[in-house]
Design a protein around this ligand. Sequence first.
Ligand code: ADP
Length: 578
Amino acid sequence: MKRVFLFIQPYKLAIIIALFFMLTELVVELWQPLLMAKIIDEGIMKKDMETVQLWGSFMVGLSFIAFLSGILNSFYAAHVSQSYGYDVRSFLFEKVQAFSFADFNKFSSASLITRMTNDVTQLQNTLFMSLRIMMRAPLLIIGGLVMAFVVHVKLALILAVVVPLLFFFLVYLMNKGGELFRKVQEKLDIVNSVMQENLAGMKLIRAFLRRNHETDRFLDANKQLMKQTTYVLRLMEVTMPILLLLMNVSILGVLWIGSIELNAGGAQVGEIVAIVNYATRITSALSVFTFIIMAFSRAKASADRITEVLDTEVILIDCVDALHEGPQSGSIAFQNVSFRYPGTQEYVLKDIHFTIQPGEVVAILGATGSGKTTLFQLIPRLYDVTEGAIMVDGKDVREYSQEALREAIGFVPQEAFLFTGTVKENILWGKETATMDELIEAAQDAQIHETIMKLPHAYETKIGQRGVNLSGGQKQRMAIARALVRKPKILMLDDSTSALDLKTEAKLLMALKKYTCTTLIITQKISTAMQADKILLLQEGEISAQGNHETLLKESSLYLRIWESQNGKGESYVETAK
Ligand code: ADP
C-alpha cells in the first residue's frame, strides 16, 4: 500500500494548494448557517433590514470566494491525479518490461493489463476525489459538529451521539468493501483474459466452430463479474437509506427539543434553523462519505494489486561489475548445463555439454518437447541456468550486462511477431540506426525483399495488427531480416524456416554464409540440419549425439531413423541449394 503513496511525493506543493482551496471552501460553507442564524435572529425577527442587507451581502461575497476556491481546487486536483496516474502507469510499464520470464509466470497478461489500466484509474479517481471532496466530507462533519456546539450545546448533543455511530459504521463498511472489491477486480481479470484470448484466437474459434462455446465462456465470466459487483454495490448502497433514516430522526429530535427550548426561552428560532442546517449539511457530507468509502474500498483493492506488481523482485539482474562490452567472436560453450523452469521440479535440460566455434553453423534437432527452445532461451539469458554455466567468448553469460549480451544476438523466435507499423519500421526494430542500404541487404538475405517490393507501398506498407496481412512464411522472413540487420555475432533461428519452401530455405541458408556469425538453427528438418557444421541431437533434455551429418549417420541410431523417415527430401534439398 505504502509504495503507491510514494508516487504522490513530487506533487506535494500542488496538493497543499488544492487542500488550501478546499479548506477555504469548507470554512465558507461552515460559516453560512451561522450567518443565516444572525440574519434571522438579529435581522428578520427584529425587522432590521439593514442588518439583513449587511450580512446578506457578506454571505454573497463569501459564496463567491467559495466558488473561486472550488474552481481552483478542481484545477489542482485534476493536475495532481492525472500526473499521478501517468507516473504510476509509466513505472508499472517499465517494471513489467524489466520482468524476467519467470516473473511473467506470476501474472496473466490480462491481469497485468487490468492492473496497469483499470486499477491505476481507480487510484487516480480516488486521489482526485480525495483532493476535491474526500477531505471535505470528514472535515465538514467534524466542523459542522463543532459549529453546532457553538450555536447551541443541548441541541448539538443529539448530533454528537448519532454522527460518531454512523461514522464507525461507515469505517467498518470500508474494510469489508476492500475485500469485496478485490474480488470484483479478480473477476474483471477473468473477463479481460477471456476477451483477450478470443481476439487472439479468432481464426481458430471460427475454424473449429467454437463460437458458441466461447460466447458461453465469456457470458459466464461476465455474469460472475456482474454478480460480484452487484453484491458489493448493494451492500454499499444499503448504507445510504440507513444513514438518511438516522439523520432524519435526529433532525426531528432537534426540532422537537428545539421547540420545547424555544417555548422555555432557552433557544432562538435562528439557532434551531442553524442546527437543522448543520444537520442537513452533515447528512449530505455523510452521504458523500459513503460514496467515498466505496471509492476508497475500491482504491484499496487496486492499490494492493498494483503493489503486488511493484513488489515483484526482478530475479534476473546484471551483476555489480557487469561487462558492458558484448561478445565479439561468438563462441559458445555449454558446461554441464542443467535447467528447470522456476517453480517446477522436473529438469528440462540435463547435463548439457558442448562447444561451438565462432562462425560455425549448428543445427539442433530433436522431438517436440525435447528442450530445444529452452536451450535457446538460456543463451540470451531469458532464463538463468539452474546448474552449470554457459560461456560466450569464454565468459559466463552472467558476467555480461544483459544489454551487451543481447546486443550481440539476433534472435528469431518460433512464432514471428510483427508490430503494428510499416515494413521498414518492423525491420529497423532490430537496429534503429541501420541505413536504408543495410535494411535492404538484410531483407534480400532473408529472401523477403522481392515480396516487399510487390507490396502496395513497398517498405512503407503498413502491416496490420500482428502482421495479419502477411503469410506465415513472409512473417518468418521479416523476423529473420529484423535479426540480420543487427549484424549479430550469434544468430539464433528457432524453427524459423519451418514455413518456407525448400527452395527459399536453401537460398536463405546460402545467404547466411556471408555473415560472420555463429548460427544456431532449431529445426525439425534433417535437410536443414545436414547443411550444418555440427548437429546436436536432443532427446528428453539430454544430448544423445553430436557431430556432423556423416558422423551421426554412423553413430546415432535415432538420427539414422529420422534420416530414413525424411530421406529423399534431403537429397533433393541439397541439390536445390547448390
Ligand atoms: P522443444 O522446443 O524441443 O519443443 P521446449 O524447450 O519448448 O521443447 O520444452 C521442453 C519442456 O519444457 C517441455 O516439457 C515443456 O513442457 C517444458 N516447458 C516449456 N516452457 C515452460 C515453462 N515456461 N514453464 C514450465 N515448463 C516449460
